[in-house]
Design a protein around this ligand. Structure first.
Ligand code: NAP
Ligand code: HSE
Length: 436
């Protein structure tokens, strides 16, 4: 395969970003792979969409079959998103003997097991570096660079849109929806941005990271998922006052009880490197037995950063074309028949510290009631902030930091606190992760 033709299913932010990198760096890519890799055609819904000037020679079509069934196309890049028709088209491409590269984490997290099985059957590769953390080569690092390690846990800021929103809210006191609109205009957000702000996109990515870290099948449904839409500017300010930053975190760990998979906002001590990963940047911190902690940092979204990962995958699958399936790096890092169905830890068993914000009546005895309820569940308080009441309100926010406790106990304590007459509304709870 000296001349390699690539067909794109989807030619928006990621598709065109990758194609631009392929065109601009063609010489470097040839020097690295010994192959001429060119973009032959691309599928879009609307052929009058804006195309970057350097990609004017790419043939546009609205019919994916023109790519899937083109014998001259060796690699299919899927950058359309969603589950259907992407899933069916990729299964068809694989059955036609084409290698597949995808940026679609939703597809891999939910249908990856099926897709990898089909690829093995047909002797082709499915590569998905761009699906996690945009331009950061974190899949390759964990799957290959850390292959000799037993991975204990990993934690990542893996949704660029959420990180961008939280950073702008903290630094510029900007409004949530206003920043989200900007993230959409910059091409960071998913087609449905609730995937970003409700944690679903990060859960897709965490599913993939956990599989390649621990050698378990992809289990998207098992991820506990919480987004950032309930985080207020007041919480970001109180966190700062306590020496923390609020980040949206994906966390996976291999414990004695099984595998813990969770995605949620978290207070992280501001002295940690990962707490200082701002804007659209992502970072994944991996704790492994031989190497210790390593951290991977870079742009988590955007056209060319994501394109960089897509192009690296194209080069990889092209290089490995002549290798037998058994001599390729397994899709999920472990041999497919060596994946283990390890138990998933339930939410009630998670053990973390907590930040609690409680709106209470400004009168004697309220704090004693709150402390008694926490004490009954053996929850120790580590820090407390009580603010002055607003001029027009008899309520005051009380902010507590607790020591580590299992989530089941915290659920019971919060139910008890919310039932007090002197407490207004729901208690805001954010987990605290030391990531030490
Ligand atoms: P996008 O800008 O909306 O581009 C999607 C492209 O797919 C467009 O060209 C669209 O056609 C085409 N398309 C969508 N549905 C189609 C269908 N049913 N038939 C034919 N064409 C179809 O999206 P994107 O941001 O590039 O994201 C693409 C994928 O990459 C998603 O899976 C996303 O999660 C993933 N991803 C995105 C980023 C990022 O920074 N944006 C980073 C990493 C991964 P039209 O041009 O006619 O609209
Ligand atoms: N919407 C995703 C994000 C794109 O904001 O991280 C990159 O996967």
């Amino acid at each position: 395969m000296n001349r390699v033709n690539v067909g794109f299913l989807g030619f928006g932010t990621v598709g065109q970003g990758a194609a631009k990198v392929l065109v601009r760096n063609a010489l470097e890519i040839n020097r690295r792979t010994g192959r001429d890799i060119s973009v032959k055609s691309a599928v879009v819904r609307n052929t009058s969409r804006t195309i970057e000037p350097e990609l004017k020679d790419v043939a546009l079509t609205t019919d994916p079959q023109e790519i899937i069934n083109d014998p001259d196309i060796h690699v299919v890049v899927e950058a359309m998103g969603g589950d259907e028709p992407a899933r069916s088209l990729l299964l068809q491409a694989v059955a036609n003997g084409k290698h597949v590269v995808t940026a679609n984490k939703a597809l891999i997290a939910v249908y990856g097991n099926e897709l990898f099985e089909a690829a093995r059957e047909h002797g082709v590769s499915v590569a998905f570096e761009a699906a996690v953390a945009g331009g950061i080569p974190v899949i390759k690092s964990i799957r290959e660079g850390l292959a000799g390690n037993r991975i204990q846990w990993l934690a990542g800021i893996i949704n660029g849109t959420s990180n961008f929103i939280l950073t702008e809210m903290r630094d510029k006191q900007r409004d949530f929806n206003d920043v989200l609109e900007e993230a959409q205009a910059l091409g960071y957000a998913e087609a449905d941005p609730t995937f970003d702000v409700e944690g679903i996109d990060a859960a897709h990515k965490l599913t993939i990271l956990a599989s390649i870290a621990f050698g378990v099948p992809l289990k998207f449904d098992a991820v506990y998922t919480e987004g950032i839409s309930h985080i207020t500017q007041a919480d970001t300010a109180y966190a700062q006052e306590l020496g923390y930053r609020i980040k949206h975190l994906g966390y996976a760990s291999h414990t004695d009880n099984g595998i813990e998979l969770r995605v949620h906002p978290a207070l992280i001590p501001e002295r940690r490197l990962i707490a200082n990963v701002d804007g659209v940047m992502n970072a994944v911190l991996v704790q492994a037995d031989a190497v210790g902690p390593t951290m991977y940092y870079g742009a988590g979204a955007g056209a060319e950063p994501t394109g960089s990962s897509v192009v690296a995958d194209i080069m990889d699958v092209v290089r490995l074309d002549s290798a037998s399936v058994d001599n390729r790096v397994p899709s999920l890092a472990f041999q497919h028949d060596a994946l283990s169905d390890t138990r998933i830890v339930s939410k009630a068993e998670f053990e973390t510290s907590f930040y609690l914000r409680i709106l209470v009546e400004d009168k004697p005895g309220v704090m004693a009631d709150v402390s008694r309820i926490l004490g009954d569940e053996k929850i120790s308080i580590e820090a407390i902030i009580q603010k002055e009441p607003d001029a027009d309100s008899a309520r005051v926010p009380v902010i507590l930091l607790t020591r580590k406790i299992v989530e089941g106990a915290m659920d019971r304590a919060i139910a008890g606190i919310e039932a007090l007459d002197s407490v207004e509304g729901n208690v805001t709870r954010i987990r605290v992760e030391s990531l030490a």
